[in-house]
Design a protein around this ligand. Structure first.
Ligand SMILES: Cc1cc2nc3c(=O)[nH]c(=O)nc-3n(C[C@H](O)[C@H](O)[C@H](O)COP(=O)(O)O)c2cc1C
Length: 356
């Protein structure tokens, strides 16, 4: 089975096994998906599946400048347009729900938002804002009420997106954002049922998945994880890491979600690791697994499939090669992306990359 052949994901038929990776592009002025974004996603619809950039399920979940949301009527209408443009090109769309948690600064948030996290542990360093670099906020430790409200925010956003025609949602439990902040002992120092041993640290995410399953159905849900990830100053090694991810995968397997999406940022320079966590996850999780990282040729994509993954994600090459699948098929040279325009507003470095 080659990477260019179709794949059945739940009720969906994907036209190939290439997944456009979720990538924040910061073009959503006032956090509302707009027509420029419709063009961007439509241009990249040769992917079998598109996973959207990180989308906030609530005002509290915003953190970076100009990221889109899925909590107002105008935002949902924006996603409806994007989904319909993608469907017209016979591709599929999962929207990634990303709550930034502590990876946030007040200036990047709408009026009235709160920066919340499992524990009040500030992220060191500075975050980009349109007014200049700023320290990350000192987050408020979430109360039990905050936990329930936030879980409900995910569920509501998911339900509205599905109603608007989106094919599914991905819960972003990787890369140091809120869900990952619950998993990781560096950011989770709670002493209640949501902190401490690994079963407790996984509780917030599993409950959120469970509630979302009840609202929209398991076959419309994916979960992204980054075991051994170090991005956003997460601890990339800790004693119960393999045990925790094994348990997490067992529980997700029982819930029969559409896919498990595993980030491996070693091709991007992340620290190496020697545990067998990836092979274990493949053994435990019986559903679809998406993985990737550093892919720039059809052969490299195929190598990920040969290692036991079902679908392969490709990120950066999609920024600068809108018709990436066609280029990979024809073994054409890829256009390198311009990093300076990854997160800048407007057309430049966004929808103006040539097809060939
Ligand atoms: C500009 C940019 C924005 C990204 N934003 C997100 C994001 O919103 N959510 C996410 O899960 N990963 C995000 N990532 C990580 C990518 O999904 C992917 O894992 C990473 O780029 C490695 O894949 P690649 O080597 O094919 O680029 C981002 C990466 C880049 C380059």
């Amino acid at each position: 089975m080659t990477v260019f052949e179709p794949y059945t994901l739940g009720n969906l038929t994907l036209k190939n096994k290439i997944v456009m990776a979720p990538m924040t592009r910061s073009r959503a002025i006032d956090n509302i998906p707009n027509d420029l974004m419709v063009t961007y996603y439509e241009q990249r619809s040769d992917a079998g599946l598109i996973i959207s950039e990180g989308v906030s399920p609530s005002i509290n979940g915003t953190g970076y400048a100009r990221i889109p949301g899925a909590y107002t009527e105008a935002q949902i209408q924006g996603w409806e347009k994007i989904a319909s443009a993608i469907h017209a090109k016979e591709s599929k769309l999962f929207v990634q729900l990303m709550h930034c948690g502590r990876s946030s600064a007040k200036v990047n948030q709408p009026e009235g938002a709160r920066t919340i996290a499992p524990s009040s542990v500030q992220l060191e360093g500075e975050i980009y804002t349109d007014q200049g670099m700023a320290p990350y906020d000192i987050p408020e430790a979430m109360s039990i009420e905050d936990i329930k409200t936030t879980q409900n925010d995910f569920v509501q956003a998911a339900a509205k997106l599905i109603k608007a025609g989106v094919d599914g949602i991905e819960l972003h439990s990787a890369n140091g954002y809120l869900l990952d902040q619950f998993l990781n002992p560096v950011t989770n120092q709670r002493t209640d049922d949501y902190g401490g041993d690994y079963k407790n640290r996984v509780r917030f995410v599993l409950e959120t998945v469970q509630q979302t399953v009840e609202a929209i159905g398991a076959n419309k849900i994916g979960v992204r994880i980054s075991p051994h990830g170090a991005f956003n100053s997460m601890a990339h090694e800790y004693e119960d890491l393999v045990a925790m991810y094994s348990y997490f995968a067992e529980e997700l397997n029982k819930l029969q979600i559409a896919y498990l999406h595993i980030v491996d940022h070693r091709p991007m320079g992340a620290p190496d690791f020697s545990t067998d966590v990836l092979a274990r996850l493949r053994n435990i999780f019986k559903g679809t697994i998406i993985s990737g990282g550093g892919v720039t040729s059809a052969q490299q994509a195929q190598d990920y499939l040969n290692k036991g993954n079902d679908l392969v994600y490709i990120g950066r090459p999609y920024i600068s090669n809108p018709n990436l699948v066609e280029k990979l098929k024809q073994e054409r040279e890829l256009t390198p992306p311009n990093m300076d325009t990854f997160y800048t507003p407007g057309v430049l470095g966004y929808t103006d990359y040539a097809l060939f």
